[in-house]
Design a binder for this molecule. Structure first.
Ligand code: MN
Length: 408
């Protein structure tokens, strides 16, 4: 490893992940807020309550329950979640508006997010205000929330397009009023990990606030950016189950947890064995299915077809798997198809109680490949048995022909 990489890894190696009693990195799950903001997704009240309970059961540290200012069912559900007696902190999301913050606090949440845009394009075009207004407003909102004794996360919306100088000013203003954390929002998903690391490091050095990463997957880098932010000194990550969220989605809960564990050696104390179950529940509630190729919780994570891979995995799963399927609630599958090898064929037929020798498996293999190419997919168990029956028939016919041959 070169020096630059060593230096880059230094913050995690030295400071984080060593204390086994409490996680150095904490998760704030926003499936119920940003997740539900996904175009076309609405959760029923009871689904929201169930999701909150599931997240609490697996050990998520904070649950972003929704936006009280929306009123009606949204408000009532936040109140219900806040009163479940969860171990997790329950956070209500707000614009920097005192009435709206009061509505969240009245639901009984112990934490509020106060969101204000900090980039010039958002301040000038969307808010039609100026930077001074943003600073005055955040000061007032934080002071108001803190006077009610709640944990305050100050969100810098569109932080990734905010000038560094102003971002620091914003963070310092919030800190002076007693804020607990700043959420760095890559609202439009435009960051990459190397720049993220530098920006978060500089932000972290400029203020004493905890820093939270809120990243989007527009360029497929939400998880990478979250981890780069952690290297820069962030200690909270805002995630969603299966990466649900606006446009391309947010950093996925299960990907952040497993990547931190296996690429960084940082344990978050989350019950990962329920990841698949929770993913299925949330995606079902969202009217979606988990794609087979989804990182960490997709069924293809532990499906092996290629002869070389299947042979390796049969000998020792560690040859081609980073972690075991049970760790995320999945099962290993050896798929029989065009790329299978004889070892897989032998193993598959042994499951049906048919013990093939190496030679026999080698005779059946081309028949399997032909059918897989013809059907353009892997084969079902029944199809394999048909192939086996055909092969047995061929063997018998050949034996009969041999026996009928005239002697001499
Ligand atoms: Mn977002």
């Amino acid at each position: 490893m070169n020096d630059a990489v060593m230096a880059y890894k230094a913050p995690l190696d030295s400071d984080l992940g060593k204390d086994e009693t409490s996680s150095p990195i904490k998760l704030d799950d926003t499936t119920l807020r940003d997740g539900e903001q996904t175009a076309g997704v609405v959760f029923a009240n009871r689904e929201k309550v169930r999701i909150a309970k599931l997240l609490d059961e697996i050990g998520v540290h904070q649950i972003e329950a929704g936006i009280a200012a929306m009123g009606g069912d949204e408000r009532d559900t936040i109140e219900e979640i806040a009163n479940l007696g969860l171990k997790a902190s329950v956070l209500g999301w707000n614009r920097a508006n005192l009435d709206e913050i009061k509505m969240s606090i009245d639901c009984g949440v112990d934490a509020v997010a106060i969101s204000l845009a900090t980039s010039d394009i958002h301040i000038e075009t969307k808010l039609k205000k100026d930077r001074k207004w943003v600073l005055d407003t955040v000061r007032e909102a934080v002071a108001f929330a803190k006077s009610h004794g709640v944990y305050v996360s100050v969100n810098a919306e569109d932080a990734s397009r905010t000038s560094m100088g102003f971002l620091k000013e914003y963070a310092c203003a919030a800190e002076a009023e007693g804020a607990d954390r700043i959420r760095f929002c890559d609202t439009i998903g435009t960051m990459e990990p190397f720049r993220t690391y530098k920006v978060i490091k500089e932000l972290k050095e400029s203020c004493g606030l905890d820093v939270e990463m809120h990243t989007h997957d527009d360029f497929g880098m939400a998880v990478a950016n979250a981890i780069a932010g952690i290297h820069g000194g962030a200690n909270w990550v805002n995630v969603t189950v299966a990466g649900l969220g606006e446009r391309a989605g947010n950093a996925a809960l299960e990907e952040v947890v497993m990547a931190l564990k296996y690429t960084e050696g940082v344990e978050l104390g989350i019950d990962t064995a329920r990841f698949r179950e929770i993913g299925e529940y949330v995606m079902g509630a969202a009217g979606r299915r988990i794609p087979a190729w989804k990182s960490v919780i997709g069924t293809n994570m532990f499906a092996h077809e290629s002869g070389i891979h299947a042979d390796g995995v049969i000998k020792n799963p560690k040859t081609y798997e980073i972690f075991s399927p049970a760790e995320v609630g999945l099962e290993r599958q050896i798929v029989i198809g065009k790329h299978s090898g004889t070892r897989s064929i032998e193993m598959k037929f042994a499951e049906y109680g048919i013990e093939l020798g190496k030679e026999q498996a080698a005779e059946i293999l081309p028949m399997v490949r032909n059918m897989a190419v013809e059907l353009k997919r892997s084969l079902f168990d029944k199809e394999l048995l048909y192939i086996y029956n055909d092969w047995v028939e061929q063997q018998q016919e050949a034996a009969t022909r041999e026996a009928d041959k005239p002697e001499g």
